[in-house]
Design a protein around this ligand. Structure first.
Ligand SMILES: O=C(O)CCC(=O)C(=O)O
Length: 342
């Protein structure tokens, strides 16, 4: 364990710094600078003023513009009782990995549910279909943003695999996970708050296998049900909730000391016009603050990552079992390759 703590320390001393702050560039980097200083080092950065030329930055602040452009579009909306989709929630006395009830509906209706004008109090709606939805469901808005991020495409040597739209409110939260993509994440309106941990901190996430469960929502009763998937399916997921409720706080702190007592996570807030470079394999937790109309809108570009020597090292590290990690109330540790794609 001591060796692994040394690794966390060295990674911060040699590359990331230990301030917990993410580097901020005042304008877009050249492809070479981006590749040399960030991608090759698997190091995040924020680029301010990166998308000031996008029409989206002004037009998406008006609901009437969005509902006009998307008047004939159906979009996929993720519905949960508390705003936590793809997250651990209690079921029958233990934790399960819950997926949202996903429903396609006209965009105008979806926006109404997100901004809560018409939604029942126990329903949180988050448009976060992660399947290149910006270019399919939201194609009427495609001209409002760049189709790719030119300096990133040049540095990475490819175009994005997927471009996704995210429309949420103050309750929408994304739990800690990692992705096998290089991520360029652009906020258009409202703010996003990220907590980030490098892949070398994998043991601090207490990744365990959880049974998969699915929410169903009844419009007739306005109630959710949560049921385990049949046949049983288990999903490897991060156990740590960085913002526990007051009643959960003591349990989180005592079950996950490597997270709560270790180096603080990198933390940043993205404003409209900012792009976060979120390197592949980094653990991230995301919350949001809405604009004055009650919504946060972002577009992200997922680029293929290189399955290179860094990837092989990270997998090796993850396979090392830390004897000092006590998990009295949790299911078994995972040693296999983990992907966020539940
Ligand atoms: O914005 C969010 O809620 C989550 C974003 C995320 O997880 C991603 O872009 O990979």
């Amino acid at each position: 364990m001591e060796e692994i703590e040394t690794l966390w320390k060295e990674v911060r001393e040699l590359s990331l710094g230990d301030s917990g702050r993410v580097d901020r560039l005042e304008c877009p980097p050249t492809p070479l600078q981006f590749l040399r200083d960030f991608v090759c080092q698997n190091k995040p950065c924020i680029i301010s003023n990166a998308t000031l030329h996008w029409p989206a930055l002004s037009s998406w602040t008006h609901d009437s513009y969005l509902t006009g452009a998307l008047s004939s579009a159906d979009v996929s909306l993720h519905l949960t009782p508390h705003g936590q989709a793809d997250a651990l929630v209690p079921l029958d006395g233990s934790l399960c990995f819950s997926s949202a009830h996903v429903q396609r509906m006209p965009f105008t209706e979806a926006l109404g549910l997100i901004t809560n004008n018409e939604s029942p109090s126990k329903l949180v709606a988050y448009a976060q279909q992660q399947n290149n939805c910006f270019l399919s469901e939201y194609s009427a808005l495609a001209a409002d943003c760049d189709p790719h991020i030119p300096w990133a495409s040049e540095a990475l040597g490819c175009l994005p695999d997927a471009v996704n739209m995210w429309i949420g409110n103050h309750l929408s939260t994304t739990s800690f996970h990692k992705d096998h993509y290089e991520n360029l994440y652009a906020v258009v309106t409202g703010q996003k708050h990220f907590l980030l941990l490098p892949p070398t901190d994998v043991h601090r996430m207490y990744i365990r296998m959880y049974p998969a469960a699915q929410y169903s929502y009844s419009h007739a009763t306005g109630e959710f049900t949560l049921e385990l998937e049949k046949p049983d399916r288990y999903v490897p997921w991060c156990s740590v909730d960085p913002y526990p409720s007051p009643e959960d706080r003591d349990k989180q702190l005592s079950n996950f000391p490597l997270y709560f007592d270790g180096p603080k996570p990198f933390s940043c807030t993205l404003n409209p016009g900012d792009i976060l470079y979120l390197p592949s394999m980094w653990f991230h937790h995301v919350r949001q603050s809405p604009d004055s109309r009650g919504r946060t809108i972002a577009v992200n570009y997922w680029y293929d990552m290189q399955f290179d020597i860094k990837y092989a090292y990270f997998n090796f590290l993850q396979s090392i079992h830390c004897l000092s990690i006590k998990t009295p109330t949790l299911p078994v540790t995972v040693h296999e390759d983990l992907d966020s794609d539940a």
